[in-house]
Structures are given as C-alpha cells and as structure tokens.
Design a protein. Structure first.
Length: 79
C-alpha cells in the first residue's frame, strides 16, 4: 500500500479531510497520494508533520536496507 495512503488510513481520514487538515486542495492531495503529481518540499514537510512520519518514509519510492538486498544478490550469484 502507498505510504501516504497508509498514513491517512491510520488516522481514519478521507483524502478530503486530510487535505483540509494539511492546508492543500483535495485535488492536489489526491494527485499526490495517487502518484500523479509531485509535491513541493513545503507540502512534503507539511504532510510528514501532519502524519507524524518522516518525509523519506512517505515519499521515497524505493526503500530497502542494505542487508535486505545482499541475500538476494548472493542467491543470484549462486545460480
């Protein structure tokens, strides 16, 4: 599930309610959450603060730790 959607659902809010609380339009919020639009740094910070999350956790598309990635590489090398 999309991290922004997950954070919103955790607060049991609609997109419209979240947008109003953050101070952006519903249309802008929906596009950001659905990945159809980027967000300014200011908006990303406001969303992260509102949801109690880091900007990275909400907006980074690729998130894995180094240790999670290494075993997969080893398995590929063995094949």
């Amino acid at each position: 599930m999309n991290p922004i959607r997950k954070a919103r659902m955790k607060k049991k809010m609609t997109q419209e309610e979240a947008a109003k609380s953050i101070g952006i339009s519903y249309s802008m919020y929906a596009k950001i959450e659905n990945g159809n639009r980027g967000a300014s740094q200011k908006t990303m910070k406001r969303m992260a603060d509102f949801f109690g999350e880091s900007v990275d956790s909400l907006f980074l598309k690729i998130s894995f730790t180094f240790s999670e990635h290494i075993p997969a590489q080893r398995e590929e090398a063995v094949k």
